[in-house]
Design a protein around this ligand. Structure first.
Ligand code: NAP
Length: 307
């Protein structure tokens, strides 16, 4: 793979930015990568572990002279960071982000983008429940999708350049319209997270009754909820505050389905339950066939470790 952008600036140095850095280095996609994180503590760690060729003490300094600037901060912080770096953005540079929500980020960032800068929002569909500068790894984006949300008037070759960059990081790229993105993600990511948070909260309340049983017998499905519910609280708070309409819409549908299943259980309607579970099993099969998860039992976890 050859250099796609001479200098890339990563603003925010958590899971996504650190994974991007290691993947950029793996494929040689940039000559220099600068980075900035808000806290001095994160900047010290970044320097210690060699995360970025140059760690800067301000976002503006990191963005200065970069061909590609990537906003890797929580969704709610994107606007303020864009305002701070705007005067340093080079004419012809591309500004992108990795935010999990697109409409709110575009509304917050766009007003600050200078006329000669190409703003191309994007969202890599890859992550773990870990966060911070030490949590990244080069393979995070391999065989995952990165959704690109081009804005009207952006030159096609600049959109394709960003797509080549994400492909170089290991991803498949796909273009999507902004509101469609937010709705799709409300179904596939945002609402499932909220359900996991709720289930873990309910079990925690129950723990008072059942002592440590919730923890001891967690392998029976609950453990996978706890992994999701361990995700970064700031990031997820911002996701829900910024994708209100779509998550509320999907939560409404979820509640209706839940009531229908509740009624089937109460009425002893096994046919309804069986048909429903057969349909959902097919969805899992589709995900495996699309290469988006393993078909090994229990996600390929070793039985010893699974306990
Ligand atoms: P993270 O590991 O928590 O890192 C966030 C980074 O942003 C940290 O370096 C943090 O600095 C900095 N930051 C936090 N608040 C800030 C503020 N107000 N101003 C300036 N910098 C700030 O987060 P992440 O998982 O990499 O997520 C980053 C972005 O990627 C988010 O927009 C998220 O929606 C998106 N995303 C996440 C995932 C995922 O699964 N994690 C997947 C796809 C997209 P300090 O270290 O100094 O606090």
């Amino acid at each position: 793979m050859s250099v796609i952008y001479d200098r890339v600036a990563l603003i925010g140095l958590g899971l996504i930015a650190s994974s991007m850095f290691w993947a950029i280095k793996r494929a040689g996609l940039a000559r220099e990568v600068t980075g900035y994180a808000r806290s001095a503590e994160t900047r010290v760690i970044a320097r210690e572990i060699g995360l970025c060729d140059r760690v800067c003490d301000s976002a503006a300094e990191a963005a200065d002279g970069a061909d590609l600037v990537v906003l890797c901060v929580p969704v709610g912080a994107m606007g303020a960071v864009a305002a701070e770096i705007a005067p340093k953005l080079m004419p012809g540079a591309t500004l992108t982000d990795v935010g999990s929500v697109k409409r709110a980020v575009i509304d917050a960032v766009k007003p600050h983008v200078p006329p000669m800068v190409h703003f191309i929002p994007a969202h890599p569909l890859a992550g773990t429940e870990q966060s911070g500068p030490r949590s990244g790894f080069a393979e995070l984006f391999d065989n995952r999708f990165c959704i690109v949300v081009p804005q009207k008037g952006t030159p096609e070759d600049e959109v394709q350049r960003l797509e080549r960059f994400w492909q170089g990081l290991g991803s498949f790229t796909e273009r999507m319209e902004v509101d469609h993105h937010d709705l799709v993600l409300a179904v596939t990511s945002h609402t499932p997270h909220l359900i996991a948070y709720t289930m873990v909260g309910v079990a925690d309340d129950l723990r008072r009754v059942t002592d440590s049983e919730v923890v001891r017998y967690s392998a029976a499905g609950f453990r996978d909820f706890t992994r999701i519910a361990a995700s970064d609280p700031t990031m997820w708070r911002d996701v829900f505050l910024n994708n209100k309409a779509a998550t509320l819409e999907i939560l409404g549908r979820f509640t209706e389905e839940l009531f229908a299943l509740q009624r089937a259980i109460r009425r002893g309607d096994g046919e309804h339950l069986h048909a429903y579970f057969t349909r959902t099993r097919e969805i899992r099969r589709g995900i495996i066939e699309a290469g988006q998860d393993t078909d090994a039992p229990n996600f390929g976890r070793h039985p010893e470790k699974a306990r």
